[in-house]
Design a binder for this molecule. Sequence first.
Ligand SMILES: [Zn+2]
Length: 150
Amino acid sequence: MTDDSELIRGLLSSAGLRCTQAGQQLLAVFVAAPRDALSHAEIDLALQGNGIRLNRVTLYRLLGRLKHAGVLTSHTGEDRITRFAYVPEAYDSPCASYFECQSCHRIRQSKAPEALTELLNELIQDPSWRDYQLLNANLTISGICAECRS
Ligand SMILES: [Zn+2]
């Protein structure tokens, strides 16, 4: 937990956020489960499990700021629910691959193989997108996760 708290303080300051209790508690949930994408409800539940209650406005505002600063990524699933994840730098790329479970709709991000990253980069450099501002390109694999299968 001590290692994490240093990482968390670093992440908050890199996002230009004050090191508030709420910010640290929220990021602790994400850092404890890197690459695990959580919905608002799941985040709330995890916080409550740690004995913490953040009001909805604070939670949404913090998530928005952390996402805007690039500390958290977000992905909207086929169920139209947006989930947030902390993705360590080694996995971070504008090109990514995801797995979305069709049963529980949990999303995991996997490290995209280099060949896929190259392919996605090639795709976004296509001249037909010249006048567009592209933000990211990703591949989503859907199926049933290990937990739902067991
Ligand atoms: Zn599942």
